[in-house]
Every structure is written in C-alpha cells, then in structure tokens.
Design a protein around this ligand. Sequence first.
Ligand code: SF4
Length: 492
Amino acid sequence: MANGGCHAGADAMQDAARKAGKSEILDQFAKDYPVGPHDKPQSMCPAFGSLRVGLRMRRVATVLSGSACCVYGLTFVSHFYGARRSVGYVPFNSESLVTGKLFEDIRDSVYDMADHERYDAIVVTNLCVPTASGVPLRLLPKEIDGVRIIGIDVPGFGIPTHAEAKDVLAGAMLAYAREEVKAGPVPAPVGGKSDRPTVTMLGEMFPADPVMIGAMLAPMGLAAGPVVPCREWREMYSALDCGAVAAIHPFYSAAMREFDAAGRPIVGSAPVGHDGTAAWLSGIGDAFNLPADKVAEAQNAFLPAIKSALAANPVKGTITLSGYEGSELIVARLLIEAGADIPYVGTACQKTPMSAADCEWLEAKGVKVKFRASLEDDCAAMEAIKPDLAIGTTPVVQKGKQLGIPSLYFTNLISARPLMGPAGAGGLAPVINAAMGNKDRMGKMKFFFEGVGAGDTAGVWEGAPNLQPDFKAVRQKKLDKAARAAKAQEMI
Ligand code: SF4
C-alpha cells in the first residue's frame, strides 16, 4: 500500500490529483459515488473491482500503473480468485513519475501488446499515485492495430468501494461501445440476436440467476440479455441494444448513465422473494408497456412456486446483515420473506434511485437500512442486537465469532448462491439455518479460547505480556497534537 491512498492522506492525494489536472474525473466520481461516513476504503483496494472485471473478459488484457506494493497486492488477490492470466504492470520511480516518462512507458507497453489476433481491448488502470500525479491516460491512442485502448483512473481516494470500481470500468467500456455503435455497424452477438426484446442485467450474479430471470421473462414475450459487466466485448453491443435494463445491483451509476444516454429505461430492485418478484415483473411490464394480462401470466407462473419454496425453507432467527457487494438489500428482502427477523442492514455502497424501492420495503418492515455503512456501524449493530447470526464482511465475521455469535461471510457464502425467483427462494435457508444451528459450538469455542488475551496481548506469552502504557500515552499525545495541528492548518 502506498503512502496516502487507502490508509492515510486521502485529502493530500485528492489535492495533488486536482493540481495535476484530474479535477474533472474526481468531480464525476464524487457525483457517481458520493462518500459517506467512511471516506476511504475499509475493504480491499477498490481497484480490485475493475481489475477483476477486466480479467474475467475474454480477449481483454489488463495493465496496472501504480506503486509496486499496490500491484503486488492486487495481482495476489486476482490469482487467489483464479484469474488464470497475467496482469500487466508498468513500473515507475520518482523520476519517471515527475518527468512524464511513465506515460511514455505506458504508451510503449500498449503499443507492444496491441495485437488484434489476441485482444479486443487493453485496459490500463491508474492506481492512487499515478492518478494523484496526473498521468494522462486519456491521451493514449483510442485504438492500436484494431485493439481498443481504455484508460481509467481508479484511485482509492475517489472510489469508495471495489463494487463501485467495477462500475468505473463497465461504464468506460459501455461509453466506448456506444461510440462504436454510433459510428456504424458492429458485430452481432456470437449466439445470434434474440428474436424477442431483451432485458440487460446490471451486476454480477450467480450463473443460474440470469437463466432463472430469462425463464420469468419468457411469458411476457421477453428474453434475458447480457449481464453487465460483460464477459466479452461484443456483448456490450447487445447490452446496449436491449429494450430495458434491470439494475439488479443498484450502484452502477456510470453504466446507467450510458444506458440513459442510449434511451433505455432502467428498472430497479430484483425478482427476489414473492413481493420482490411480483413488483419487479410489473416494473418490467411497465418499462415495455406490456398489457396487464401478460404481466399477470408471468406472475401466475412463478409467484406460487416462490411462495411454496419460501414456506418449505423457513428461516427463523434474528440476523444482522452487512456487506460491500451492493446486493445486501435484496438478500435481506429474501431472508425476511423466508421468516427471518432482520433489524439492521448495512451496505458500503451509496443510496441510488435504483435502491429506493428495496429500502422502502425494508424500512416498512422495521429494518434500519444504513447506506455507506462503515465497519464501525456494522459492528456496533451486531454488538447491540446480539443476533442469532451475523452476516457480514471478514472483520464483522471475525468480531462476531469472538463474541460467540455464528457468522457468515457475505461475499463467499451468500452472494455466491442463486437469489432470483423460485431457485433463490429455497436456496439460502440451508446455509443460514446450518450456521444458526452452530451457536452451541461457537459458545464452546469461545470458552476454549477464553484467557488467551486480546489485541496486543493476544497469543502465548512466556512471561506476562510486555505492556508499555507510558510509551502508548506519549505516542497518543503526539498523535493528538498532530491532529490538532492539521485541523488548525485546515482553518487557515
Ligand atoms: S491503489 Fe489501492 S492499495 Fe494502492 S494505495 Fe490506492 S487504495 Fe491502497
């Protein structure tokens, strides 16, 4: 992690980036991803989101420009999640950064890589330091040897979550594809064009979910279109060619701007649970101006099955739910319909018009919904509520387990399951109920580890832990003084 960026000095980095000519993009980020109580990432580096989107696309190469430590972390996590291909890296030093040589090195590297036999596109990403230094990726050629070149800035001091960084790349690619569509004919989808109007879906989903959505759209004479972020370049054209967009994940502000510009209506929420599916199908019907009987046909075909699946797979217990994927609200809806009591839902993403319906539904059920929730918010809710199950990010889960509360990691265990339609209605209960059934075991573990210490006294000590309260007090005084000086500086 570089100085600044994720752990400190975000204001200084912002300031430097503005002075280096990046004001426009930072203002756009502030509009697209307004920050909340936590104005710096509390999860992994946001650039992981856009990097992953690029790495999952066929015939797309990704190149990072950033500090070596950031690139090391990002490539490590990419391979941990099975990237199975190389991440390009253009290194720099202080000299190449300040003289502008870094930009030339990046340009040389994309010229070296651009080969239309291998790639449809090359994505170059400025991480924190090159963004703050104003490395002008927009000056890269738009195309080399038939390969599209896409330069994006994804700084931790401008993009609050890795979920929203996915939108940065998805939006940049859609913008590029839209210009191509305007300029003339573009290649048709590999599997041919659907003979029915399509619904493009926004947000990464479990692979069975788009299939389920397609089945629910069929009675209305519609078909499921591509999922954005796409898996290959030409899907982008089909995505733009849809009749309407389903913002299954509501935080894709830049992508929605492109769909708006292409004149496509956007429908919020998702077909989760009974109420969610009923409302979503009717929203889709409105977007396509379908007669009420068509919508009713789809509702009648699926709602009874959803109701039975929910009844057959009840969830009983109190759950706190939080995460940074952006799908927290729809998961909470589904669990409440299955019978769970959920007093608190926290999402690290911002509120958008597309999350309004889910938020209203949850609030009407007495749920406290917190957008841009910080880790501290999520932990405080869990500690106050003492639920039967805490669903959250890694540090929330860790804290939950320390308290003897059964806890599940949202990203790996909840968002990696089907959620939509009848499949989703029965899909979550087994894992949730199994976790809640572990309460006794959690209690035994808590008992087993009792007395091993916590924080800086955790672990096995040969003697008494070597505490240094005087040193800590002096250090705290210095930190307080530095904070006061910084505050005074701000007021000058
Ligand atoms: S690029 Fe990512 S890891 Fe590096 S400083 Fe920025 S936020 Fe942190």
